[in-house]
Design a protein around this ligand. Sequence first.
Ligand code: AHR
Length: 491
Amino acid sequence: MAKLTIRLEDRLGTISPMLYGHFAEHLGRCIYEGFWVGEGSPIPNTRGIRNDTAAALRRLRAPVLRWPGGCFADDYHWRDGLGPRDARPRRVNLWWHAEEANHFGTHEFIDLCRQAGAAPYICLNVGSGTPEEAAAWVEYCNWAGNTARSAERAANGSPEPFAVKYWGVGNENWGCGGRFYPDDYAREYRRFACYLRGRSSSPIELIACGHNTPDWNRRFLETPGDMRMLDHLSVHRYYNCGHATEFTDTECYNLYPRALQVEQDITEAATAIALYNRTGRKIGVIVDEWGVWHPEAGNATGLYQRNTLRDALVAAAVFDAFNRHADALTMANIAQTINVLQCVAQTQEEKMWLTPTYHAFDLYKEHMGNASVRVEMADVPTVEARKGDGAAVQLPVLSASASVSPEGKTLILTLQNSHLTEPCDVAIRLRDGAALKAAAKVLTAKDVRDHNGPEAPHKVRPRRFELGAKGSTLRATIPPHALVCARVALR
Ligand code: AHR
């Protein structure tokens, strides 16, 4: 039997709700069709934004939505998305081999965020833009006074400032965002950042582009400059193994170490920050793009891919890693919300269905705002898996994280058995506390390859789960390829 000890008093940091964030780019059918259908559409919408997908994000308590890219951001000129829609220019969507109608611009994005209940996070154009264009966008959105730009925003229907807090200074600037070397990007970053804060009437936080190679982060951070210009450093992590729906059991296990590489990305970025940050103020790590990117998601399909229970389980293991790094990690955004890559919902005309990944978010949202607490494991069975570089690792079949509510009365415990055929018996001991009662849900399916679709929208969804809770001991038998979320009332 596997043994878990939950140290209720050993706090690892507050789990920012922002760790459960989202990312939506002008790519494939994410923005157009996924969110934006236009006011004249027969699909139920509010001011052109479809009701079902906005409501799905609201139910998830989606904390933040990053936009407009991705690679699209460094070739986007925000003024194209203002004014009467039929007068907006059509442009080339360079990176995704399409045309951009610009019907969805800044005002539509803010409206979407408000309908979904999410904070906006805008990624600025560094690669092909200028500091003045970026600063003007901040002023247009956030200036409360009476400048030509705030007056223009008011004339476009929004007298109140948007108070956008999060601003990314470019995206993947080592690649599609301008192909910079880290020291060149560092200089550009500081030139752009210099003009941004002063254009906003409300506090803003700036996010620099990092990399999942420590070398980029160190070379970026060591270039002389003022660290007070920087609030967060972002890294991206994508992974895959085998096909989206047709994969072997071995490929299923092998996906875990590839995804969990993100834990090293976070640690390395945090270590680089600690090395150069002498200001005493916190500079956080953000993973503002992450998820599974299957080989079937190519340009021809607009990066559409099916999303199985496997993807949701692996995402849950990543959430456990995020919870463990609650002290360093300040935000994470899965790519990409609707119809693209590891999305939480998919659409086909008026139909919408939730993916298994949506349900993983739904279970884990209970951790948001809680204190992450240490979980120790012993006697956990392992299976052999291989990392991306082919190295063999012993993968523990149990992944878990735990958190305590701010008033200390509720424990949220998420537990996963990744074994594909064997159930996992777990004895859970609470240190420094005892359980009064527990209520739990399980996300599983007959096969780890199962997924939802227009004909079977609820094939994979959570159900009630029995978990024994008595004093300081809890017991569970977790079925194969299953994720359990328990809410435990503490005495
Ligand atoms: O999410 C798809 C793309 O992946 C993004 O545009 C880019 O930032 C990353 O390479």
